[in-house]
Design a protein around this ligand. Structure first.
Ligand SMILES: Cc1cc2nc3c(=O)[nH]c(=O)nc-3n(C[C@H](O)[C@H](O)[C@H](O)COP(=O)(O)OP(=O)(O)OC[C@H]3O[C@@H](n4cnc5c(N)ncnc54)[C@H](O)[C@@H]3O)c2cc1C
Length: 456
């Protein structure tokens, strides 16, 4: 077999489908039963324009997968003022039917599946002189009856999500970091599915967000009126505390909670390399969530798409899928999305110290939190700051300092974080094109990440 994908989530299924469509033999091993995949989460958002970018058909209008599409969203200041209307359409969808559609696409292209089969261990081939004489050539899975199933393949793909039982058990010298994602390195999401207790126009028709609290109200699946979501780094407890502050400041219509969903996503820098001999990391197991929202589906597909384009000619030419042949995947990803995400992740701890009043001031003056900034962040994962705009930001910040609306401490923190973040971005943009320069690059990257302040 050419490719063994472990984990039938959005990342693994997308990769399996597209590789099979290119004529390669692909098998997917998944711990859960077919009916259960995607059950950990009911609804999710996906940027509408990403369907075309990733050549993924959007859901049919009358399908059970689609909840709604909204063309605009509104972001409000900490005190609920200065609304910014963001013209960036989103699809709101149900995860399980979406994954089932991906399974159908896979099967149409000849992908085979073992559901209810969990990864158990790697199969190594002796390859003297390399990785202590070990080279991955497949894995052993265990099905629900306890039977071991051996799968050999040219490439093993770990798309098992955040807990990543595969990456974390790789041999230490295999070339990919094996860290566990600690509780402080996760982004915690709490979704309250609610019904309004009084007739209301607000706000379930579109998405309304309050950036300061990382809280939003969005359309919900049938049976409930809306979802009130909150996402916070560090812990669920922090999320609940911020939500109390939110409800004390912003008055929502009265509601009853029908059910609550909770989950977390990775919120830390990804491993420095996603590839090793016959091995590839994808999706949440590669920590590829968007730093400003914790969303990971299309962020993960970016790496998958690069990998598909890179591996196709290698397999066609019957070249080995060793680290040096796969390395271009690392370089392409890290020089672009990887560099942008690194920059953002480094800015967030300082940005999170911004007080309510400071953010209110920035919203009021349409600086950093303008509609165009929100749109740019969603679309390009960066703020476009030409010179004139930079001048305006600086003058608004300086005026804020002079008039006491912005504190020196947070101003200095923000400027300091911009410096570290800028250095990190440049360093990722200079990601080595060949593994020989990787140890030096990694050493410098580690020092830069050590300078990034921790979330509090
Ligand atoms: C509450 C919440 C809301 C979210 N909302 C959004 C959103 O609106 N938009 C968005 O883009 N992202 C959202 N995300 C993030 C998104 O869900 C993830 O980024 C995405 O699911 C990652 O896909 P994945 O395929 O990498 O991993 P997963 O979706 O985690 O899939 C991993 C698969 O691997 C399987 N697996 C695990 N261990 C084994 C094993 N040992 N053997 C075999 N199989 C195994 C699992 O059963 C699972 O099917 C949200 C996350 C949470 C928690």
């Amino acid at each position: 077999m050419d490719i063994l994908v472990i984990g039938a989530g959005p990342a693994g299924l997308y990769f399996a489908w597209k590789m099979a469509a290119r004529g390669f033999s692909v098998h997917v091993m998944e711990r859960d039963a077919y009916e259960k995949i995607g059950h950990r989460l009911d609804s999710f958002h996906i940027d509408s324009e990403k369907f075309a970018e990733f050549e993924m058909p959007p859901p049919e209008a009358d399908s059970k997968e689609l909840i709604t599409v909204f063309g605009t969203g509104v972001n409000k200041s900490p005190y609920g003022h200065h609304p910014k209307t963001v013209h960036y359409p989103f699809h709101v969808m149900r995860l399980s039917p979406f994954l089932h559609r991906l399974v159908d696409y896979c099967k149409e292209q000849g992908v085979t599946f073992s559901f209810e089969t969990a990864f158990s261990e790697f199969i190594f081939e002796t390859n003297e002189g390399k990785n202590d004489g070990k080279n991955i050539i497949g894995v052993v899975g265990v099905d629900k009856s306890g039977k071991s199933i051996k799968c050999h393949s040219k490439l093993v793909v770990d798309s098992t999500g955040m807990t990543s039982p595969i990456r974390t058990t790789l041999p230490l010298d295999y070339g990919i970091e094996t860290f566990q994602i600690s509780p402080e390195e996760q982004f915690y999401v709490i979704l309250r599915y609610v019904n309004w207790l009084e007739p209301t126009e607000m706000p379930s028709k579109g998405n309304t967000g309050w950036t300061f609290y990382k809280t939003w109200v969005a359309p919900a699946p049938e049976g409930t009126d809306a979802i009130i979501g909150i996402g916070q780094p560090l812990s669920y407890e922090k999320g609940e505390n911020v939500f109390v502050d939110f409800e004390e400041t912003i008055s929502l219509p009265k509601y009853e909670v029908i059910r609550i969903e909770r989950g977390s996503t990775p919120y830390r820098r990804p491993p420095f390399s996603f590839v090793a001999d016959n091995f590839l990391l994808l999706g949440d197991s590669a920590c590829l969530t968007k730093p400003f929202s914790g969303e990971g589906i299309t962020a993960g597909w970016t790496l998958a798409k690069i990998a598909i384009e890179h591996i196709t000619p290698l397999l066609k030419a019957n070249l080995p899928l060793d680290t040096s042949h796969l390395w271009g995947i690392n370089a392409r990803y890290n020089k672009d999305q990887g560099a942008k995400f690194a920059e953002m992740l480094a800015q967030i701890p300082a940005a999170a110290n911004t007080t309510k009043k400071e953010m209110e001031y920035l919203f009021k003056h349409d600086v950093i939190f303008s509609a165009l900034d929100f749109e740019g962040m969603n679309r390009n994962y960066e703020l476009q700051i030409p010179f004139r705009k930079l001048l305006r930001i600086v003058s608004v910040l300086v005026w804020g300092l002079v008039t006491g609306r912005y504190s020196w401490k947070n101003f200095k923190g923000l400027i300091g974080s911009l410096g570290i973040a800028g250095k990190l971005r440049k360093h990722y943009e200079a990601y080595p094109d060949h593994p020989t320069n990787f140890p030096t690059w990694t050493r410098i990257a580690s020092v830069l990440w050590d300078d990034v302040p921790k979330m509090q």
